[in-house]
Design a protein around this ligand. Structure first.
Ligand SMILES: [Zn+2]
Length: 300
């Protein structure tokens, strides 16, 4: 089992605060407090046989295959979105929570594979800041030293990813919705938030699935073939440490989670979707912030 660390080098633990607008909460947690692995109590490097679970995304309405006859028609038919998959292990005594986790993960995976969500990811900037002419680029990390990733590259990197095996926990972490560690792949979600995965209140359910989607982005590795037993260990491609109210709204982790939430709340209404996104992270749409974001080069 690799050591869990909280450092500023873009590796290790990602914690996600419960309260929007208080992004620095966890930077105040001393590394020494994490040595007992409170986020992942119950972890077993050799889990019992039969505890694994996996699922693949299913696409509700696959796009028709491009016609091989009829010149000039094939380019008008978008290719079907590739489907992602997940493998998981669950570490908690509650069977009910295991089932809620599975239900939540299937919902997020199927959403990731849907053309509707993919389109909202790709058009995200124009749907959220149409008058401000921000081009479509998302931040991989908050350090602003990396170029911004075009939204279609975000979709390519995350939406059809094959995740796992991920070790899931329901350990509460004070003040956090969830915590993720990439070596080994582990995510702990607050038990109260797990209860929301199948909430009858659609907004509450969308809010919790925002968290689940957000944590999945942290499990996309910078180097897919990296080895956790080596030094330095694997690093996440998308992190959110050292974010502020401006960068938070443009980070892949937060923006994709918000896109899931706002899409679920407003599946057909682009205007309401944009308003929802702006309401979740208002600091991301100030003129000063947009200038700062656009001053960061777009990846080619
Ligand atoms: Zn995060």
């Amino acid at each position: 089992m690799s050591a869990i660390s909280y450092n500023s080098g873009g590796r290790g633990l990602a914690r996600d605060g419960r309260l929007r607008g208080f992004p620095f909460l966890f930077s105040m947690i001393a590394p020494g407090l994490l040595t007992a692995c409170p986020s992942f109590a119950g972890f077993d490097a050799n889990p019992p046989p039969g505890s694994e679970w996996s699922a693949s995304a299913s696409r509700e309405k696959p796009a028709p295959a491009p016609s091989s006859s009829g010149a000039g028609t094939a380019s008008s038919v978008p290719p079907p979105a590739p489907a992602g998959a997940i493998a998981a292990l669950f570490y908690q005594p509650s069977v009910a929570h295991q089932e809620l986790y599975k239900a939540g993960l299937v919902k997020v995976l199927n959403l990731f594979a849907s053309d509707a969500l993919r389109e909202r990811v790709v058009k995200s900037a124009s749907l959220t800041a149409p008058k401000l002419r921000v081009d479509s680029g998302w931040l991989p990390t908050a350090t602003m030293t990396q170029c911004r990733l075009p939204a279609d590259k975000v979709a390519e990197s995350v939406l059809s990813h094959h995740f796992g095996p991920i070790n899931y926990f329901d350990n509460p972490v004070p003040g956090a919705n969830a915590t993720t560690d990439i070596c080994p792949d582990r995510t702990s979600v607050d038990p109260d938030r797990i209860d929301q995965f199948e909430s009858c209140d659609g907004a509450s359910q969308a809010d919790a699935l925002n968290t689940l989607a957000h944590e999945l982005t942290h499990l996309v590795r910078e180097a897919p073939t990296c080895d956790c037993s080596r030094v330095p260990p694997c690093s996440s491609r998308f992190l959110d440490r050292d974010r502020d109210n401006c960068t938070e709204g443009w980070l892949v982790s937060y923006r994709l989670g918000d896109t899931v939430e706002c899409h679920l709340n407003h599946p057909k209404d682009d205007k309401a979707f944009g308003a929802c996104m702006r309401k979740l992270r208002p600091g991301a749409y100030t003129e000063a912030c947009l200038k700062r974001i656009q001053d960061t080069k777009l990846c080619k």
